[in-house]
Design a protein around this ligand. Sequence first.
Ligand code: TMP
Ligand code: ASP
Length: 239
Amino acid sequence: MQQKELIYEGKGKKIFATEDANLIIAEFKDDLTAFNAQKKGNETGKGALNCKISSLLFELLEKNGIKTHYKKTLDSTHLLCDKVRILPIEVVVRNVATGSLSKRLGIKDGLELPFVLVEFYYKDDVLGDPIINDEHCKILNITQKQEDLDFLKSQARKINTILKDFFIKVNLRLIDFKLEFGINKENQIVLADEISPDSCRFWDKDTNEKLDKDVFRQNLGNVKVAYEEVLKRILSQGA
Ligand code: TMP
Ligand code: ASP
């Protein structure tokens, strides 16, 4: 599949057109950003780790009945995916309080939540990705359909169950994660973007060691070593 013009560049990926109008190529970058890009870094090989981890997790989810944009892996940093119109919502799923939830509401860091929390954030760097509710989504005209918002939440919960059950088998607690969805050419909402240690929090089940982008955000050690450990554990279980 021939790579054509760059159509979008985000903090972690570049999206290229292909000769097929319905397909794009996602290139995973080595760049790392945090706190709305106020903190920047670069780790050689990070893009390839996220590319591999994302492809394995998309395959795991597809096997479990979740529709995703993922088609196939082209090489170590490139995935072929369906072209979708990304909804400007970051769907965050939380099993354990930490990060911005603990900060915003004063909930003790590490507290297991009494139920799975699903939140929407408006994907807008200038506004700093503010938290929004269903009514805000309609006012912003992200969608007018309550059924779409309900579908995002139910898919996010299903994805959480599949991933949480998978990761606990490799001694990783899935603390929280961020998903993005898009609309494909059949007008269906499908999971898009990536699922990687950039967009998830993983804590070791025995030690609570952080094995995700918090290593970079909080200067806890070597990011690549942490991401390699996540990939090693996924491969040991065979996603
Ligand atoms: P938060 O606690 O900072 O709101 O993050 C919740 C989850 O979402 C965490 O797993 C990291 C992920 N996330 C992203 O993927 N991108 C972002 O821009 C932010 C803020 C969080
Ligand atoms: N991805 C976001 C950024 O760069 C925030 C984060 O993941 O902490 O700015």
